[in-house]
Design a protein around this ligand. Structure first.
Ligand code: F6R
Length: 615
């Protein structure tokens, strides 16, 4: 949800800013802009370049109109206040101040009125411009220096904001401010970097400072001074990250999404590493304070989007294994309800980014009722794990950075860690036999190979997708743990192909959705063998009778059912506990290839952004 970057050092800022923004574009791509301070006739002046649309437009513009200087800031936007036009693109300026912003200034209307009544003319419709004027006004009216003026201004704003700010009169400083939106500082030699996340600046450094709530940092090329909004110095540790910069590159794949789909076997293997102890016959839940979970009597899961679907699967897994009741809430609903949780409730927040505003708020809400908090997260040191660290902790998925807006490898690894959690709780509560535990751990070990096998169907699935480029609607049907996979398949299809798609519990179809079926309607049926197989076969026949076009996701040897489908995608026969993860993969590929065949931008679907840091 908007990405911000900054650079101060001995190199030209322009190239570094544009390069870093390229790796942050997944956070928003409605417009982009950079600003640098350049020296001309012994005077510094601010150079601003902005363009509506994707970063590519800005690059073209900057090529024709270079942006000189060794200090600068940049922004890629997901529009909240104001249309995605050049006028509303960041950076915003109120001389001598220029800034970029991620987040929402909640009291901007009131501040806007205040500034307008002082005769100020606003150039944009954004909430951000207000902040530039506030700092500038502090400088002019109260003769404050840059740091003091910024401090005074941020005390007046409410909401979520990560800011990077330049002052033409103090040309060796970038001021960063963090409140409820992520912001990190990358440390270089005689140069420092600023970004919304690590991946943006990984090619330049692997040493980082993660700013905490209420931090304000004064960043120069050779120093970083952090204080709170009231000027009290704050010490923050330097962290090292051993990720290779190539994690944020496509490495020969046409899209990040395809690369990330193909990375799933490795992501699962990494996620399982060290967590299955066959010697001791137990799962190792590193990062989880298991002792605190001894007396819980129920679990509530809160999450959004694909992470919510992973939570739905976890309900089946955990209830079955640990015999604990599991409830599930969309984080955006949970946060505004007087929820009935207490110290014996474990509230699990699932989030790839660890920054999703609704999930974070839902967890805070649960915390205020004394619930224990645990997070399932893919992003180290992000806000959600930080919130949970003094409660039940975090179980990290180890999918590596996920750049594609549509979640794939993070989703599948969420399923894996939630299965591990179910096993760990089952063991702690004496609900699983030694034999069953060994069997379940072995099943997880089979998962990477099973996913590899499905990936070999890639070109087959691509051919199937070609047949549906003109589809306007689709239904996805599944039962049990494959019902959430039907929802996930439909979500992937909607967000990538802009096809109206619905996931349905197959047994529920006859209560309404069946009316939608005609000869035009593609219906994807997840119909592997299991205790509801016969029921699914009946559901499939109901669709067929009404002329629906069936794509079956079937066991690899199910020739009978194959003959009943227009198309089929065979998947390996696996145990129930890993079936949901395996069955996800063909649906990811189907959505990817359909969107690609329609010529759509798979990695950057319209209106979306990764890391939804606004409500
Ligand atoms: C869909 C997708 C989104 C996210 C959702 C939650 O492909 O990626 O639905 O799952 O925005 O994001 P996180 O997991 O970062 O909290």
């Amino acid at each position: 949800m908007c990405g911000i970057v900054g650079y101060v050092g001995h190199q030209k800022a322009e190239g570094i800013l544009l390069d870093s923004l390229r790796r942050l574009e997944y956070r928003g791509y409605d417009s982009a802009g950079i600003a640098t301070l350049s020296l001309e006739n012994n005077l510094y002046q601010t150079e601003i370049r902005r363009a509506a649309g994707k970063l590519e437009n800005l690059k073209v513009f900057v090529k024709k109109n270079p942006c000189p200087g060794n200090i600068g800031i940049g922004h890629t936007r997901w529009a909240t206040h104001g249309k995605p036009t050049e006028k509303n693109a960041h950076p915003h300026q109120s001389n001598p101040i220029t800034l970029v912003h991620n987040g929402i200034i909640e009291n901007h209307l009131q501040l806007r009125e205040q500034l307008l009544s002082q005769g100020l003319v606003l150039k944009s419709d954004t909430d951000t411009e207000i902040v530039a004027h506030l700092i500038s006004a502090e400088k002019k009216n109260n003769h404050a220096d840059f740091i003091t003026a910024t401090r005074a201004a941020v005390q007046q704003i409410k909401g979520a904001f990560a800011l990077a700010i330049l002052d033409e009169n103090e040309p060796d400083i970038i001021i960063c401010v963090k409140q409820s939106c992520p912001l990190i500082i990358g440390i270089g030699l005689g140069e420092n970097f600023i970004a919304s996340d690590f991946t943006a600046i990984l090619p330049y450094t692997n040493q980082f400072i993660i700013l905490e709530e209420g931090d304000m940092a004064v960043v120069k090329k050779d120093s970083i001074l952090i204080s709170n909004f009231y000027g009290i110095e704050q010490k923050r540790p330097i962290k090292f990250l051993d990720w290779s910069p190539s994690v944020a590159e496509k490495n020969g794949f046409a899209h990040f999404m395809l690369k990330e789909i193909f990375e799933q076997p490795v992501a699962i293997t990494d996620t399982l590493r060290g967590r299955l102890s066959f010697a001791e016959n137990r799962v190792v839940l590193d990062g989880v304070h298991l002792d605190k979970l001894k007396y819980i009597n129920r679990i509530c899961i809160v999450a959004c989007g694909s992470s919510f679907h992973a939570g739905m699967i976890a309900k089946y897994q955990i209830e079955d294994l640990a015999k604990l009741p599991v409830e599930l809430d969309l984080a955006s609903e949970f946060r505004y309800r007087p929820v009935l949780v207490d110290a014996q409730t474990l509230v699990i927040g699932i989030s790839q980014s660890g920054e999703t505003a609704d999930t974070l708020a839902a967890l805070r809400h649960a915390q205020s009722k004394d619930a224990l908090l645990l997070s399932i997260c893919n992003t180290l040191e992000s806000s959600i794990p930080r919130l949970c660290q003094h409660s039940a902790g975090t179980l990290y998925t180890r999918a590596g950075p996920e750049i594609s807006v549509a979640s794939t490898k993070a989703f599948i690894t969420q399923i894996v860690v939630l299965q591990l959690l179910g096993l760990g709780l089952a063991q702690q509560r004496d609900q699983i036999t030694e034999d069953n535990l060994t069997r379940q751990m072995n099943a997880l070990l089979q998962l990477p190979t099973a996913v590899e096998t499905v990936l070999q169907q890639d070109s087959h699935i691509q051919k199937i997708a070609q047949h549906f480029v003109s589809a306007t609607d689709m239904l996805f049907l599944g039962r049990g743990a494959l019902y959430p996979i039907a929802l996930e398949g439909a979500l992937k299809m909607k967000e990538l192909s802009y096809v109206h798609a619905e996931g349905y519990a197959a047994g529920e179809m006859k209560h309404g959705a069946i009316a939608l079926i005609d000869e035009q309607m593609p219906v994807i049926v997840l119909a592997t063998r299991g205790h509801v197989y016969e029921k699914l076969v009946s559901n499939l026949e109901e669709v067929k009778t009404r002329g629906g076009r069936i794509i079956g996701i079937l066991d690899e040897n199910d020739d009978t059912l194959k003959s009943r489908c227009e198309f089929s995608i065979p998947i390996p026969i696996v145990t129930k506990s890993i079936l949901a993860a395996v069955a996800t993969v063909p649906l990811q590929l189907l959505a990817y290839h359909l969107a690609n065949a329609k010529g759509l931008d798979v990695d950057q679907p319209r209106n979306l952004a990764k890391s939804v840091t606004v409500e």
